[in-house]
Design a protein around this ligand. Sequence first.
Ligand code: ZN
Ligand code: ZN
Length: 249
Amino acid sequence: MQITILGSGTCVPSLERSAACIQVADGRTTVVLDTGPGSLRQLLRAGTEINAIDLLCYTHLHVDHTADFVPLLFASKYAPLPRTRELAIMAAPGFRDFYNSLMHAYGDWIVPENHALTWLEAGQPAVVGSLTITTAPVRHTQHSIAFRLADSSGTSMVYSGDTDLCRDIITLAAGCDMLILECSFPDSDYREGHLTPERAGTIAAEAGCRQLMLTHFYPECDPQQAVCSAGKHFGGYIHAGYDLLKINI
Ligand SMILES: [Zn+2]
Ligand SMILES: [Zn+2]
């Protein structure tokens, strides 16, 4: 299973860190989790053809996680090689209404013509290609969810989206090979609904994951300091995520 951090940043415009977007691929199935603004160009930089994506996952409706959904649909329809393969979507509650609202705004321009859109119910395990996907609610907005993806050999990764410390993310991440957690703010600047490095380290330790990846850094959160701070609680390897980082697990 290969994980690519396409965007390790937030809503803050940055030349170094694109907004939230993560790709998981195992050679047979390609999943993209969140598509914040700039994600289409990040996919291009990572060498991913958008028509190769099998499943889009959305953790919540905030703009730094969803903005490139519309450009993706538009490009799937009007780029020189329009998409013909089915595209599955598994998203936080409310996302289908969000899509319907977008259709009101953009009309047929974003309604697929040559491929099916398949909506998978979050809350129930789903199998897409070679991967099994499960979700859990997390503590951020009212309807935020985190995702766990596992391949047939049992290798697994968990992506928190935005969250605060909560029991559900610990349970979802239990024993996973790679836990990707948001790490918005430094320990000295805790804000409800987001993680600090120490809180991220606590989740990783309690979940018993093998490796931890920190991402979603606001500019005031220094990634290297965050790794040290999370390491006070978690003894496994800790990565400071950056754009286009690829890791095989
Ligand atoms: Zn965010
Ligand atoms: Zn958010």
